[in-house]
Design a protein around this ligand. Sequence first.
Ligand code: IPE
Ligand code: IPE
Ligand code: MG
Length: 226
Amino acid sequence: MSLQHIAFIMDGNGRWARKRNKPRVYGHLKGAYKIEEVVRWCALRGIRYTTFYAFSTENWKRPRTEVNFILGLLENKISEFYERMKKEKVRLIFSGRIKEIGDKIFNICKEYEEKTKNNDRIIVNMALNYGGRAEIIDAVRKIIKGKLENIDEENFKDFLYAPDIPDPDLIIRTSGEKRLSNFLLWQSAYSELYFTDVYWPDFSEEELDKAIEDYKKRKRRFGGIQ
Ligand code: IPE
Ligand code: IPE
Ligand code: MG
């Protein structure tokens, strides 16, 4: 069964840190390192697209210090990730209300999208200030602004943040929570869901393989019969 896109809900950074009597932000730091590893493991398995839920439109509700830490981490990690992954020809795409985060991050995101736009071997989609509902609303706004008619399911997709990325085949959420938390609401219509109790900083290659094995056993019917 084909598996070209895995989307990750990177959850449990805070609990991972608390368990070690460390501040929550330490978990975010550890979690950020995990992204590069996971991209490499996926690439080795022939998975061309990965999406990472890094910051949701609801995460602004957190204490300002934690929000600032996460955003600061993103700011620094993007260039670092690019430098370390340059050789692998990774294309970086950012999905979400990026402009609302602030000019600095917005400019960094644009810079690295531009720098990597001709890479097509591995495509990494970072969901920042992302909300599935916000994405649908933003698409509707674009459609209204353009006075467009004849919208159907196929062309509606063109107004989403990353229209060229196929819907995720598999969504993996760490930390034991069993919900989507506003992630890829449109695109997840027929995604297979996999939940593991492991906290994101502890996510491993073995865990990834377990999820893939589980996925392979599933029967995707898309409403048909098989
Ligand atoms: C996920 O870890 C990272 C973000 C939401 C930014 P959490 O920070 O949600 O960690 P827990 O769920 O509180 O343990
Ligand atoms: C989802 O995790 C968002 C990200 C992983 C970025 P949360 O920790 O914010 O989700 P809830 O609040 O438990 O649903
Ligand atoms: Mg959480």
